[in-house]
Write a protein that binds this ligand. Structure first.
Ligand code: GUN
Length: 280
């Protein structure tokens, strides 16, 4: 069994980005919007800003109060859409309940949509002709590649069907010619389906959800979960201690997928800069 070091793979991706920005002497800027006082969001936003610094990009933070109106937020996005120093715009989710996330995402220019959440970019991912990678699924693909595993023809099972992870994850695996099954809360015989997987990706959001009886011997297991257990400790979806011995490769939480999501965000921000340069 091997533990995949997401921090190391992420550091190497960020270093490549830093080198490229230096080599081409680029000014790259990412605007990060955070609304309200969600503690987890604050940690993610801080990590994203830190990554910008590591890569030699500028970050512009817009920390707005909980009671921000939709009109105010949409006006800020409009300003950022038209600011040439801002190459990427990221609005940290979840938003407070009175704000319509879909409306906010659709207000971001598709050319600056570094999360790849805009319907235009989601559509491009579906077709397989895309500039922006969906960050978390793209990070998972990099981690799978880092193991030397060839995805082509493999049985891949994704647990979870969210727009942010499960659905685009299935697409990226499919683009690499995997046989993909997407499971969710209504799936019958979940353990049996998961046991077919050569590559199992869990994006459920429940601690201890994936147990040893759901995993085939020698499988690659990728844990996208980010949960708190009964002792308030950060943990993934996978019951790591009992599942790990069965795997050929497994990601830890923390230190697996999380750092990769941010590395892919940096990659998208550099891509946004290049797109905007070619549109000038
Ligand atoms: N909230 C949880 N994950 C993400 C993400 O990848 N991007 C944004 N903007 N918000 C999130």
């Amino acid at each position: 069994m091997n533990i995949i070091d997401g921090k190391a793979v992420s550091a190497s991706v960020k270093e490549q980005i830093r080198q490229e920005i230096l080599r081409d002497n680029l000014q790259v800027g990412l605007a990060v919007i955070i609304v309200g006082n969600n503690q987890a969001s604050r940690v993610y936003v801080n990590n994203k800003k830190k990554a910008c610094e590591v890569c030699g990009m500028q970050s512009f933070e817009y920390a707005l109060p909980e009671e921000t109106t939709e009109k105010e937020l949409l006006e800020l996005i409009d300003t950022l859409n038209n600011d040439p120093k801002v190459n990427g715009i990221l609005c940290q989710l979840p938003l407070p309940k009175h704000l319509d996330e879909e409306k906010v995402i659709e207000a971001i220019s598709p050319l600056k949509d570094v999360d790849a959440f805009h319907a235009v970019n989601v559509g491009k991912i579906m077709i397989g002709n895309y500039a922006f990678l969906p960050c978390t699924p793209a990070g998972v693909m990099e981690l799978i590649h880092s193991t030397g595993t060839d995805v082509c023809g493999k049985e891949c099972v994704v647990i979870g069907r969210s727009n942010i992870v499960g659905k685009p994850m299935a697409m990226l695996l499919l683009h690499e010619n995997a046989t993909v099954t997407v499971c969710h809360s209504r799936t019958k015989n979940l353990a049996e389906v998961c046991r077919r997987a050569d590559i199992l990706v869990s994006a459920v959001g429940r601690a201890d959800f994936v147990t040893a009886d759901m995993v085939k011997d020698g499988a690659v297991v990728i844990d996208v979960g980010m949960n708190r257990n009964a002792e308030n400790k950060l943990c993934g979806d996978v019951k790591f201690d009992e599942v790990a011995p069965k795997c050929s490769y497994i990601t830890p939480v923390p230190g697996g997928v999380g750092p990769m999501t941010i590395a892919m965000l940096m990659k998208n921000t550099l891509m946004a800069k290049r797109l905007q340069m070619s549109n000038e």
